[in-house]
Ligand binder design. Structure first.
Ligand code: GLU
Length: 485
């Protein structure tokens, strides 16, 4: 049997990291087994769904590299992939259940049900639908239908137990006595989630349902519908919830939860992919860094743990740093171009004459970059001359006229460095310090402040090389000092 999995988001919000992780597990399972990954939009709740949200979800999946084989924009043999366009099919299935005696029409109004529920609860009794309408004589039902009386269709839950083997949690069973005769088709003709999800899984030949833990309590209802329709029940894997570091369910309080927000914050899709894959799944060994290909090879549904997974933003940043290290400078250049443009730091020559300069800059910043924005924002003084001097750095390293004179003398010495590259500059500066009986640091620190305005920066000699002779010498000569600033 071929593996067919699906991701079925409700477009009531942007692509959330939890949803993305569910999509990713489905995708990995499909890619590993040569199966099919279906994207299906569960937009029956017209008031809460929007095309903008659908687009946001598609963008988020594409950004992460989760391509789908069937679904919106790519089509497929089971079109349409939007539930809002499949309503007739759900109605037909509800009537199939009705005809088979597995469901019945329910004329109870919401108010009547509410009154009976509240009555039972006031007596301290639990309440589930009391099957008033299951007992109606057939001719009365037909008469009321013919008279146009609004009604829902409820599934008739049989006696016994309903269970399923969950790949993550093992066998899970529910007593049918605890399951209410649930509505499958509302009186307005709209299906409930239980009916539409099963109808689609049936029609789309879904073999494995991989979804969030929060659906476990829904699954026996789905199993009952599959069985009532005489269709094979798919395999289930319910993946654990994602919690914040405080062990509460991940929410906006914990920071960004939308996938595209991570994109905007300078995270690499490779890093978020790797990080999400390890939220709830672990390989047989302790390996942490994976690219997509490695994950396709290593992943298995059986490796998903039942315990809740904790979303640690520091760890995500660490993954980002690791994946940035793995990208060639040319690729980083491609990815940071939009950020540099936005900051007004992009120069057209970065693709031509200044290409090598940009790539050297990237190599210099790469080891410490945690986000793509670091390449654009951490060293503004390398892109242009808009220097902002940090007062405490100036006070500490350029306290007086002597420091100023020292840098002017250094500029004189470096003016003849040939070539003006990191090795030559390194040797020249150290010789200059030694001649004056100074430790190299006593020259390097002031020079750093003169060139960058700060006391912390990437390597001094690499920066001098990037700034070039004229800029380096000009900055050394015009450095402020504690007394002149
Ligand atoms: N629309 C449901 C959700 O977003 C899908 C559940 C399922 O995968 O069956 O949770």
């Amino acid at each position: 049997m071929s593996i067919r999995v699906r991701f079925a988001p409700s477009p009531t919000g942007y692509l959330h990291v939890g949803g993305a992780r569910t999509a990713l597990f489905n995708w990995l399972h499909a890619r590993q087994t040569g199966g099919t990954f279906i994207l299906r939009i569960e937009d029956t709740d017209a008031d809460r769904s929007s095309t903008e949200m659908v687009q946001g979800i598609l963008d988020g999946l594409r950004w992460l590299g989760l391509d789908w084989d069937e679904g919106p924009e790519v089509g497929g043999p089971h079109e349409p992939y939007f539930q809002s366009q499949r309503l007739d099919r759900y109605r037909a299935l509800a009537h199939e259940l009705l005809a088979g005696g597995r469901a019945y029409r329910c004329f109870c109004t919401p108010d009547a049900i509410k009154a009976r529920r509240e009555g039972a609860e006031a007596d301290g009794r639990g309440w589930k639908y009391d099957r008033v309408c299951a007992a109606l004589p057939a001719d009365e039902v037909m008469a009321r239908v013919d008279a146009g009386e609004p009604h829902a269709i409820r599934f008739l839950v049989p006696e016994g137990t309903t269970g399923f083997d969950d790949t993550v949690h093992g066998r899970i069973e529910f007593a049918n006595a605890d399951i209410e005769d649930f509505v499958v088709l509302r009186s307005d003709g709209h299906p409930t989630y239980h009916l539409s999800v099963v109808a689609d899984d049936v029609d789309m030949d879904v073999s494995h349902v991989v979804r969030g833990d929060d659906h476990i309590s829904n699954t026996p209802k789905h199993v009952l519908i599959f069985e009532a329709l005489g269709r094979a029940v798919p395999a289930f894997a319910h993946v654990p919830l994602i919690l914040g570091t405080d062990k509460k369910r991940l929410s906006k309080r914990h920071g960004a939860t939308s996938v595209m927000e991570y994109a905007r914050q300078g995270f690499l899709p490779e890093a978020l992919f790797n990080f999400l894959a390890l939220l709830g799944w672990s390989p047989a060994n302790d390996r942490e860094i994976f690219d997509k290909g490695d994950l396709i090879e290593a992943f298995s549904l059986g490796g998903i743990s039942g315990g809740n997974a904790v979303f640690n933003p520091d760890k995500l940043e660490w993954f980002n740093q690791q994946h940035i290290q793995r990208l060639p400078a040319g690729e980083i250049a491609r990815r940071i171009e939009p950020i540099l443009r936005e900051r007004g730091r992009w120069r057209e020559s970065f693709t031509t004459g200044e290409r090598a300069w940009l790539l050297s800059l990237i190599e210099l910043l790469k080891p410490r970059a945690k986000r793509l924005h670091d390449f654009a924002d951490e060293t503004p003084y390398l892109f242009g001359d808009d220097m902002a001097f940090d007062e405490s750095a100036v006070a500490r390293h350029l306290p007086d006229r002597d420091a100023h004179d020292l840098l002017a003398a250094l500029a004189g010495r470096l003016s003849s460095a040939e070539p003006f590259d990191r090795e030559t500059l390194d040797i020249a500066l150290r010789a200059f310090a030694a001649e004056r009986g100074l430790k190299a640091g006593a020259v390097i620190h002031p020079a750093r402040v003169a060139l960058t305005g700060r006391s912390v920066s990437p390597g001094l000699f690499e920066m001098m090389e990037l700034l070039g002779r004229d800029r380096t010498l000009a900055r050394l000569r015009s450095a402020p000092s504690g007394t002149s600033a």
